[in-house]
Design a protein around this ligand. Structure first.
Ligand code: HEC
Length: 304
């Protein structure tokens, strides 16, 4: 009995070994033939207003625009990095037609819920690129020093800017650099109606709104408008109502000094007048606490 079992085991082991051999040779043969960029990413959706325009894989996009190699200051890692990229304007021309230049904003949606809305003007004034691989063939990931050193996958697409030597782009920080892009949508109307401060708000509040859009809105919502990566800040209770003013300011500038392991990045060190910017953001949040709207009454963030 004992012997029979061990013979059976041997047979099974042999069968398993040949199965492994088959498997490895299959992968050795098949891998070089399949694309390195396809991985398991879904196709990227392109929308114009409410209309779906196209769904394209990285390989399909690479056939539309010429590939170049770009060196950028990698804001998430605080050092230079090199990527294989496609020029964003050429991609937009090919996918949407020249009409994209008439839109107001380009809204990007990432797999993790990050959702920045970038003014079309910024794409016309600066050079943006879709990165799809590292220039040196290392894995297409980065260590996000702004988010507790999380190692994040960048594919299918990562939006980068030719920022070396541009003070304006360096000051903008990481907010307009979404990775894991799964949707690109043109907006012809002013975005985020529920995030706009009350009419006749103080200039300080207006400035705070513009800082909030630049540095916070890609992750957070106000009255349901904005990105879906982090908590709503205004409805039903505003953060200015339940967080002590002193702590709110400290939280925005250095969240790690309050909560160990938080993944919220502090307001970028590269921003000049950080303290003033923080105060203006708080003035905006206070103004918004007087106009609360239930997020259900607005269009929810599209999820897959
Ligand atoms: C990259 C995404 C990201 C950005 C950008 C970001 N946050 Fe956050 N924020 C988070 C996450 C995630 C949390 C939850 C953190 C936690 O619980 O540790 C959070 C929490 C908060 C909280 C605490 C809410 C609560 O009830 O606990 C406040 C207030 C806040 N953020 C304000 C801001 C402001 C103001 C900005 C812009 C200056 C900003 N955040 C930018 C991701 C972000």
């Amino acid at each position: 009995m004992q012997q029979r079992i061990s013979v059976l085991r041997q047979r099974r082991t042999r069968a398993f070994q040949s199965f492994l051999l088959l498997l490895t040779s299959f992968f050795a043969l098949a891998l070089p033939l399949t694309s390195v960029f396809a991985e398991n990413f879904p196709k990227v959706k392109f929308k114009s207003g409410d209309n779906a325009v196209k769904e394209l894989s990285v390989d399909e996009l690479r056939r539309l625009a010429p590939e170049v190699s770009l060196k950028v200051f990698e804001v998430h890692e605080r050092q230079n990095g090199g990527y294989r990229v496609l020029p964003a304007r050429t991609v937009f021309d090919k996918v949407f037609g020249k009409n994209w230049e008439q839109a107001q904003e380009v809204v990007f949606t990432s797999i993790d819920g990050y959702q920045p809305s970038v003014p079309v003007k910024k794409f016309l004034a600066h050079h943006a690129y879709f990165a799809f691989a590292n220039a040196d063939a290392t894995p297409f990931t980065l260590t996000n020093r702004l988010q507790n050193n999380e190692v994040v996958t960048l594919g299918p697409l990562y939006l980068v800017w030719d920022n070396i030597g541009s003070q304006a782009l360096l000051e903008a920080g990481a907010s307009d650099m979404p990775y894991q892009i799964r949707a690109v949508e043109l907006q012809f109307k002013a975005p985020f109606p529920n995030m706009i401060p009350p009419p006749r708000a103080e200039p300080e509040v207006q400035r705070g709104f513009s800082h909030f859009r630049q540095h916070c809105a890609a992750c957070h919502t106000i009255n349901g408008d904005g990105g879906g990566k982090a908590p709503e800040l205004n409805y039903p209770a505003s953060v200015v109502e339940y967080i002590e003013p002193e702590y709110l300011k400290r939280w925005i500038m250095a969240p790690q000094s309050i909560r160990y392991n938080t993944t919220m990045p502090g307001l970028g060190n590269e921003i000049s007048r950080r303290e003033k910017v923080t105060e203006e953001i708080i003035a905006y949040l206070k103004a918004m606490s007087t106009i609360k709207r239930a997020p259900e009454s607005v269009k929810p963030v599209e999820r897959q």
